[in-house]
Design a protein around this ligand. Sequence first.
Ligand SMILES: Nc1ncnc2c1ncn2[C@@H]1O[C@H](COP(=O)(O)OP(=O)(O)O)[C@@H](O)[C@H]1O
Ligand SMILES: [Mg+2]
Length: 226
Amino acid sequence: MNNSILACHDVAKTYNDGVANVDVLKEVNLTVNAAEMVAIVGTSGSGKSTLLHLLGGLDHPTQGQIILNGKDLHALPEVEKCYLRNHYLGFIYQFHHLLPEFSALENVGMPLLIRGELPSKIREKASHLLDQVGLSHRLHHRLGQLSGGERQRVAIARALVSDPLCVLADEPTGNLDPHNAERVLKLFFDLQKACKTSVVMVTHDPNIARQAQRTMKIEQGRLVPL
Ligand SMILES: Nc1ncnc2c1ncn2[C@@H]1O[C@H](COP(=O)(O)OP(=O)(O)O)[C@@H](O)[C@H]1O
Ligand SMILES: [Mg+2]
């Protein structure tokens, strides 16, 4: 029995833009172990976001398998895939993908609401996570009223609120100035260690990637150790 949380085996992805086939990923193999942070670097357009979408079950590989907690993600019916996504994964995006008209508390509680948890439990967990990211004084602010750094901290809280096995982070600080990026990253790394969550973090910044336990690079559609 190994402690692999998320793995991909010989994954390939080809897009067709209507004119030609674009082979973005070819034979990508990756195993993410429990509580491990893996960083993936690559130039713009190299397929980083594509790989995260495949790992998160948001898009289908052209070939190969994604194994999440022992299950072949893309072989499952959509409803079961959504269940696994909600229970085992957290997502952080560059442009946060939070709901601007909802409060910080409501945004963070959303994954638990989808899961059908009781409102009292949702409030309790969401405020605990917001406290952990240093935003206990912003619970009822609407997202639109928060700064960029604060929004990314809300996004981190939302990704961790459901105690996921693995967080998939796509350029989580790519939209912040260097000072804010560093603060938000430190917080993210500290929380990841405390929660013992696995993370796959995509970034174009080698200085950020170096802080992970393991760094890989996408090069000509293949994942190679850096
Ligand atoms: N839905 C799509 N249809 C066609 N081509 C796409 C699609 N999504 C991404 N691509 C192409 O795949 C390549 C990789 O994109 P992406 O994974 O977003 O790169 P990265 O995140 O590393 O910048 C790019 O050349 C992009 O134009
Ligand atoms: Mg991208």
